[in-house]
Design a protein around this ligand. Structure first.
Ligand code: PHE
Length: 330
């Protein structure tokens, strides 16, 4: 891990590498406000670990890493501060000499990667006109949708979504696309976001603090992590929880509590792998679009295998997913 006060921006920037056992570390660049910059550091460490699991379980030859730019509570993010921070990050990534590759994450997108690219070539998801494959949110949402259908087939006996209520908590770049997919499939969609302006999305609305407890068939955590706690589990009503937010559980023990209540939770590092799968296959291995998309869709088969194994062996989806990661890393 390297921590710097960015020489241009003055902002704390962190690059955390969790594992390079399967190849160079890969993971996005998160730009987020934290109460204390050390919260950003802890987030980078935990997110880098989640990337190790995500890349390993998806069968990718990449390790896990993550970058965090920690914006303080009172700091205004002007365009020039943003540019300075992205150049600081690019320089820090470059100092890893190819052992870590960055990409977009919460708070950043393809246009930001063009700025990072001025300081390092080790960055993915540039816009197509700059030679990249663009937003990773599109394949991430596609993978989540595949995971959601596989989960529905497991829990309800059918992947059909007509007549089902799906709550999408977090209408960011991935959540908004997941909402579109499930709406197009005929589900009743209820959304929430910390930004009240997102009410204008036109979907049914629920306040964010109530979102996961809303009576529904499926809830989709699509904002930041740490949302599924021991306190929340007894209040959940949906029998299926599946979404793209990284590190959804406040602790691993929450997976046991979910299972004990008969709630099927699809491990986040399985459901959210579409962006990594598509981007790394396309940009590193030169796999064509259709084939990369098919690999993203295959997340559905992985979800089915994990959920079936947990049911058959009386374990939890988390345990089965972790076993897959361990098998690849050993
Ligand atoms: N940041 C996204 C994730 O958490 C997508 C991504 C993966 C971006 C790998 C770059 C590299 O999966």
């Amino acid at each position: 891990m390297k921590v710097r006060r960015g020489p241009r921006s003055g902002l704390p920037v962190v690059v955390a590498i969790h594992s390079r056992a399967l190849g160079p570390a890969a993971g996005g660049i998160r730009l987020r406000r934290y109460p204390d910059w050390r919260d950003g550091l802890v987030d980078a460490l935990r997110l880098s670990e989640a990337m190790t699991a995500k890349n390993a379980a998806a069968g990718l030859d990449f390790g896990g890493g993550k970058t965090v730019i920690a914006l303080g509570p009172g700091t205004e993010l002007t365009p020039s501060l943003r540019e300075a921070a992205l150049l600081d990050v690019g320089e820090l990534i470059e100092s890893f000499g190819g052992t870590y590759f960055g990409g977009p994450d919460v708070g950043t997108g393809p246009a930001d990667m063009v700025v990072v690219r001025r300081a390092t070539s080790r960055v993915f998801c540039l816009p197509p006109e700059h030679g990249g494959t663009g937003s990773s949110s599109i394949p991430t949402a596609l993978g989540v949708f595949a995971a959601l259908r596989a989960g529905a087939r497991h829990v309800f006996g059918s992947a059909e979504l007509t007549g089902r209520t799906v709550v999408v908590s977090g209408l960011g770049s991935v959540g908004a696309l997941v909402a579109q997919h499930v709406a197009a499939a005929g589900a009743r969609v209820v959304v929430s976001d910390v930004d009240p302006a997102k009410r204008a999305s036109g979907y049914e609305w629920v306040d964010p603090e109530k979102a996961l407890r809303t009576p529904a068939d499926i809830v989709v955590p699509a904002a930041v992590g740490g949302v599924l706690s021991a306190e929340l589990v007894p209040e959940l009503s949906a029998p299926l929880v599946v979404g793209p937010a990284n590190n959804q559980l406040t602790s691993e023990a929450v997976a046991d509590e979910l299972a004990a209540r008969g709630i099927v939770w699809v491990p986040d590092f399985i459901a959210s792998a579409g962006g990594a799968v598509y981007t790394l296959l396309r940009e590193v291995e030169g796999v064509p679009h259709e084939e990369a998309n098919a690999r993203v869709e295959a997340i559905g088969a992985t979800v089915s295998a994990v959920l079936d194994a947990a049911r058959d062996k009386g374990t939890t989806p988390l345990r089965e997913a972790r076993a897959r990661v361990a098998a690849r890393l050993s």
